[in-house]
Design a protein around this ligand. Structure first.
Ligand code: FEO
Length: 170
């Protein structure tokens, strides 16, 4: 049985993962509106991956006999100043998620809940990849700057993403 403080923290993280999916889906709408279908495609897969992240904790809580309680998901922003700004916001968001996961892993360790800690270690590894993937895109977009041809090529590259992400839950 999960301790109440861990159960509450896991339920909170389920909500955070759903919000991650929601904010990335909002970025899909933003990119589609700006005719960047490669960026939109990449974010669609990212949103789907975040949904899987939420479900992974959802199913874990149930497997431990805990009660999943879903809360309202915060409304995401609608617009960003540029494609680069959107990916920078995604990177900032992933850093926030890494901090959340680290806190959860710390709590699982202090409560000596090895199973929850084990699950959190999966997320710790996943967060390293998540941050690296988005950081790479941010850096390339910085190189492109305001060059339309460069952005066109970058958008085409992002369209080739075929899996959620290396090590992803999907
Ligand atoms: Fe599930 Fe990208 O954090």
């Amino acid at each position: 049985m999960l301790k109440p403080n861990l159960l509450a923290a896991l339920n909170q993280q389920i909500n955070e993962e759903y919000y991650s999916s929601y904010i990335y889906q909002a970025m899909v709408a933003y990119f589609e509106d700006n005719h960047l279908d490669g960026c939109a495609h990449w974010m669609r897969l990212q949103a789907a991956e975040e949904h899987e992240h939420a479900l992974k904790i959802f199913d874990y809580v149930i497997s431990r006999g805990g009660r999943v309680v879903l809360a309202a998901v915060q409304a995401p922003p609608k617009d960003w100043p540029s494609p680069q700004a959107a990916f920078e916001a995604a990177l900032a968001h992933e850093k926030l998620m890494t901090a959340n996961i680290t806190k959860l892993a710390d709590l699982a360790q202090s409560e000596k809940d090895h199973a929850t800690n084990n699950l959190m270690q999966w997320y710790v590894t996943e967060q390293v990849e998540e941050e690296a993937n988005v950081d790479d895109i941010v850096n390339k977009l910085k190189m492109v700057g305001g060059d339309g041809a460069g952005l066109f090529l970058m958008d085409r590259e992002l369209k080739s993403r075929t899996v959620a992400a290396p090590g992803g839950a999907a």
